[in-house]
Every structure is written in structure tokens, then in C-alpha cells.
Design a protein around this ligand. Structure first.
Ligand code: SAM
Length: 280
């Protein structure tokens, strides 16, 4: 798959994809990232990309013309002029290109959305700056506005890097262990993945729409705290059971909103009730 990032700060991305999983995915050709300098699509002496907002008020707004030209250079026409056939690969509605405007006003970016993006051939990410992007760019060209959280960043570049990272690690072959992304925090809520017939989780990792469990490594004793004995006794069924309980505890404590959509077995529900009783 390929990401196209449109930004006024192309230098922001120097080095950002040169570590770990992303570096490897790029080196192996699993993913490509094109970074496009918005100023290249201006025609005045000052390479102007922004202007004052109509109606007055604080700050500046990214002008529509350079953005439209940058998108045009990537073969992206306004939505109304796109033929569905050209846009989506003929036999796969999930493939094709999506144009995304990064915005604090966007839909929340989730692991489920990262999975959707990882199935596409090309994702174009428009990074806003100042007060944002002229809304007509959104209306004419963008398939989606995306927010990485309920806070305001100075620009869309950090958000673009987050989207590239989260989607790339889901590409087949990007992680050493093919299955491991299924079993992390927010793994697909799928009871089949989560547990065996007796309700003991099949995997060593978190799954089923819950948060991951806590991890420990050597030394066994650190800062006066001992790593949980159950993790060191080699009983893998017990370990899986303990880890599932920890996932439930952590999700209940930090993200109780996830429990409603999580794939919970009968065992999970019993455990959850016991944990909730403890707290009462
Ligand atoms: N005036 C905008 C508002 O109040 O929603 C904030 C603009 S912000 C200073 C500049 C740019 O940063 C935005 O156009 C967007 O591209 C990016 N940005 C800020 N917060 C973001 C978030 N939570 N998620 C994604 N992009 C964000």
C-alpha cells in the first residue's frame, strides 16, 4: 500500500519512519510513503499557502488552490468527477484510494479504522496547519475527516504519522509474528479468537476488543516489587487465565466503554462480575 502525505512541513517526516517496524516495512516494500510539499504547488514569489479567514477572527487558513493542485498531481480529481470504477479497484470495493483530511473535528481514529485503511491500495493524508484547511477542500476532495484524539495539535503531521504507523503494522508480514496484531489491545472483537471452548483465552496476548494485559520481564524483583509468580511457573493455561483476568481488570479500570462491544465468553462475564463485586 502507499501513503501520500500533503504538508507544508515535509522536513517533519525526515527520520520519523526510519525505526523499527516501519523502517522494515518500507525496506521490504510492504508500504511506500510519498511526502509532498504544499509550497511546490504555489505560484507566487512568497510561495503562499495560507490566507486570512473570511468573516474575520484569529489565525490563518490553508488556501484551497495549492491543495487542489497538489491533489491533482497525485491523480486525484474532485469527488464529483471521479468514476467509481477508476477510484475503487474493479473487483474489490475495499481496495482503491481514500483521501483523508486530518482534523480535530474528524471522526475518531480507531484500531478498526486502521484495519480498514490497511486494506486499501492508497491513502492520501492532508495535514492542516494554522486554523485549518479551507472547508471546500474537505467538501470537494475528502472521503473522510479523521481525528486522532480529543485535543488540538498544531498541525496534521503528527496525526498523519500516527495513521501511517497504526495501519502499516497491520499489513501482512509487517510484524514478525503474523497473528500478533490480532491479539493486542483493541484486537478484533471476535470470541473465536479470544477463547477456547472452556473460556480460556487461546492466545498469549490480549484480544476480543479488550485492552492488553500488563507485561513483565527480568529481573523477577525490581524496585521492591516481584513479578507475578504465575508468570514464572510455566503453567501456560494458568498464565492465559491470569492474563485474561488482567485484561478484564485493566479494561474495567481504564476503558469500561470498551466492554459493551468486547467479545466476552461466559467465563469472562463471571470473572467480570467477581471483579466488580470486589470493587463494591
Ligand atoms: N481550528 C481547529 C479546531 O479548533 O478544530 C484546529 C486547527 S489545528 C491548530 C491545525 C491542524 O492540526 C488541523 O487543521 C489538523 O490538520 C491538525 N489537527 C489538530 N488536532 C488534530 C487532531 N486531534 N487529529 C488530527 N489532526 C489534528
Amino acid at each position: 500500500m502507499r501513503f501520500e502525505i500533503v504538508t507544508i512541513f515535509p522536513g517533519f517526516f525526515a527520520g520519523i519512519f526510519e525505526n523499527g517496524i516501519l523502517r522494515r516495512a518500507l525496506a521490504e516494500g510492504l508500504v511506500e510513503v510519498g511526502v509532498h510539499d504544499l509550497r511546490e504547488f504555489t505560484h507566487d514569489r512568497h510561495r503562499t499557502v495560507d490566507d486570512r479567514p473570511f468573516g474575520g477572527g484569529e489565525g490563518m487558513v490553508l488556501k484551497p488552490e495549492p491543495l487542489a493542485e497538489a491533489l491533482g498531481s497525485l491523480g486525484i480529481a474532485p469527488k464529483a468527477e471521479r468514476s467509481k470504477k477508476e477510484w475503487l479497484a474493479e473487483d474489490d470495493a475495499a481496495a482503491g484510494t481514500r483521501v483523508i483530511l486530518l482534523s480535530a473535528q474528524g471522526r475518531p481514529f480507531t484500531q478498526a479504522m486502521a484495519r480498514e485503511l490497511a486494506a486499501l491500495e492508497r491513502v492520501v493524508l492532508i495535514c492542516g496547519r494554522y486554523e485549518g484547511v479551507d472547508e471546500r477542500v474537505n467538501q470537494l476532495y475528502c472521503d473522510m475527516e479523521l481525528s486522532i484524539g480529543d485535543y488540538v495539535l498544531s498541525g496534521g503531521e503528527l496525526a498523519a504519522a500516527v495513521v501511517v504507523d497504526a495501519a502499516t503494522r497491520l499489513l501482512p508480514g509487517a510484524l514478525g509474528n503474523e497473528a500478533s496484531s490480532e491479539f493486542e489491545s483493541f484486537g478484533a472483537a471476535d470470541a473465536e479468537i479470544a477463547t477456547d471452548v472452556e473460556g480460556v483465552p487461546r492466545s498469549q496476548h490480549g484480544a476480543g476488543g479488550l485492552l492488553d494485559y500488563p507485561h513483565f520481564t527480568r529481573p523477577a524483583e525490581f524496585g521492591g516489587l516481584r513479578a507475578p509468580e504465575v508468570l514464572m511457573n510455566g503453567d501456560h493455561r494458568e498464565i492465559r487465565r491470569w492474563r485474561r483476568e488482567q485484561q478484564l481488570r485493566k479494561t474495567l479500570a481504564n476503558r469500561p466503554d470498551l466492554l459493551a462491544a468486547a467479545a466476552l465468553s461466559k467465563e469472562d462475564r463471571k470473572l467480570l462480575e467477581a471483579i466488580q463485586r470486589e470493587a463494591d
